[in-house]
Design a protein around this ligand. Structure first.
Ligand code: ADP
Ligand code: MG
Ligand code: MG
Length: 472
């Protein structure tokens, strides 16, 4: 339990100054940095001065089920019939979905996807919900592409360890966060596997696909540095446009700057803005057709869509993939109400619920990256503008209201005490070749904390700060 009655404790001006100096110096010294979107300045990433209390049991539950989720999403990504069936419900009106699905059908209809190595680098996000069994984690979403804050999350845990070095109570309840080890480990294992299967003595490198104006490059660079320093593997960074201009396929391999690409690690390509012209789609298809290991491949990307999450919550679907009843039950317990908005009976009922009680739900399109959802009174406004066909591309989800706590948020060296709510993410790594599973691990966590009055989080949007869990 927390010792202090008020947490975080009330600080004297001097205590506050000392803690902030420690924290900001640590952040600047350890590359806990981001690029500010409007000015282009490099500043420390926003963080919480104290770790936020998180139920130990709830945290442990999310960690425990992660290897099951790794397996589940891999199996889904290999279920061609299921993928086609689900995608049918979101194509036709959503051009971005249509384009992604075109890539899928192009490679699978013509058997040009011969890569049997699957590298999943994912993050399952949760918010805690009060129930009669105490605080339980409910899944917000499962991300299968471009899961960020791998490096910065590990660094915030270290920052909290440093800043609170004299507080035994905090130190012993702060779990270590090894995302900065786990993700490079997965990439390096896939790289070695690729080399041993496809190459004789040629050198290969890892490609990170990035957005042209990336704000979070230090998070990405951390992975690049770790790959080189720990594993001796080189990485290149290219945007989709650069890949179109500079890449080619030779003997089935993706080649850029005369280098064979072993692994394509996507930190872009998940939103329409990443594909301003047909060139970027051509680049995506070229990578997909190549021998490189893609993280994610198009199938693994698609099964992370919100429509799949909603369909997985329907009765009898999950047990097709999870045969162990205990595993099935543990995963199912993290699901909250998810509803289609199609013309089925259930979809029409959900439509009515959303119009009558918008305050209870979140309306979500098939998009990633934050800032796309609708809440409260916006829900009927949006729904009323959509045709029945357009509605199919959305899902409705029960609004989760996690407990409101307090924390001190630090942005550009300035501190503010706020009422806050947190979202916990668990990173995972999966590596398999055909039926052989080589890595199935949970690898660290991310806690993002936002003002309780904001509907959405998002470190990139300037709403959330990076935090770490203080297990209670
Ligand atoms: P994205 O792929 O854009 O991150 P999310 O499903 O994670 O989409 O939604 C973005 C944000 O919206 C989340 O980080 C969370 O702050 C908020 N959110 C999403 N779903 C819910 C929900 N069911 N209840 C409360 N807040 C939610
Ligand atoms: Mg997402
Ligand atoms: Mg999210």
């Amino acid at each position: 339990m927390l010792k202090q009655e008020i947490y975080p404790p009330t600080l004297s001006i001097l205590e506050e100054k000392n803690l902030i100096t420690d924290a900001v110096d640590f952040a600047l010294d350890h590359g806990l940095l981001i690029k500010q979107k409007d000015t282009g300045n490099i500043i420390h990433a926003p963080f919480s001065l104290f770790p936020s209390p998180v139920s130990r049991q709830a945290f442990q539950n999310t960690v425990d089920i992660h290897t099951t989720l790794n397996k589940l999403f891999f199996k889904l990504s290999r279920d061609d019939i299921f993928i086609r069936k689900v995608m049918k419900s979101v194509i036709g009106v959503d051009n971005f979905m249509e384009k992604l699905f075109n890539i899928y059908t192009t490679v699978f209809d013509h058997d040009t996807n011969t890569q049997t190595i699957s590298l999943g680098l994912n993050r399952s996000d949760y918010m805690l919900h009060s129930s009669e069994n105490g605080l339980v984690p409910l899944q917000v979403e499962f991300n299968t592409i471009s899961c960020g804050l791998v490096t910065l999350s590990s660094k915030v845990t270290e920052l909290h360890q440093f800043v609170h070095k004299n507080d035994e109570e905090i130190l012993k309840n702060l779990p270590t966060c090894n995302s900065i080890e786990g993700v490079p480990k997965g990439i390096s294992a896939a790289h070695r596997l690729f080399n041993s299967k496809y190459l004789k003595n040629e050198e290969s490198v890892v490609l990170m696909v990035v957005q042209p104006n990336e704000w979070n490059m230090f998070d990405q660079r951390g992975i690049e540095f770790k790959l080189l320093n720990k594993y001796g593997i080189k990485m290149m960074r290219k945007s989709l446009t650069e890949i179109f201009n500079e890449g080619k396929i030779a003997d089935g391999n993706l080649v850029i700057d005369n280098k064979i690409i072993s692994v394509v690690y996507f930190r872009a390509g998940y939103c329409p803005n990443d594909y301003p012209t047909e060139d970027e789609w051509t680049a995506r298809l070229m990578m997909e057709k190549s021998s490189a290991v893609k993280s994610p491949d198009i199938a693994y990307h698609l099964v992370g869509l919100k429509k799949f999450q909603q369909i997985l919550s329907c009765p009898n679907i999950l047990k097709k993939y999870l045969t162990d009843p205990l595993e099935l039950e543990k995963v199912r317990k993290t699901f909250t109400g998810l509803y289609p908005l199609d013309e089925s009976e259930e979809g029409l009922a959900a439509y009515e619920m959303a119009l009558n009680h918008p305050e209870k739900y979140v309306l979500k399109p098939q998009r990633e990256g934050g800032g796309n959802n609708f809440y409260g009174n916006d829900i009927p406004l949006v729904l009323n503008k959509l045709s029945a066909a357009e509605r199919r591309c959305f899902i409705l989800m029960d609004l989760i209201t996690p407990p409101t706590l307090q924390n001190l948020m630090v942005r550009e060296g300035k501190i503010s005490r706020q009422d806050v709510q947190s979202e916990l993410g668990i990173f995972g790594v999966w590596l398999s070749d055909g039926e052989e599973v080589l890595i199935n691990e949970e690898c660290g966590h991310l806690l993002r904390t936002k003002k309780s009055t904001s509907t959405e989080g998002g470190v990139s949007k300037g709403i959330s700060v990076i935090d770490s869990p203080y297990l209670v």
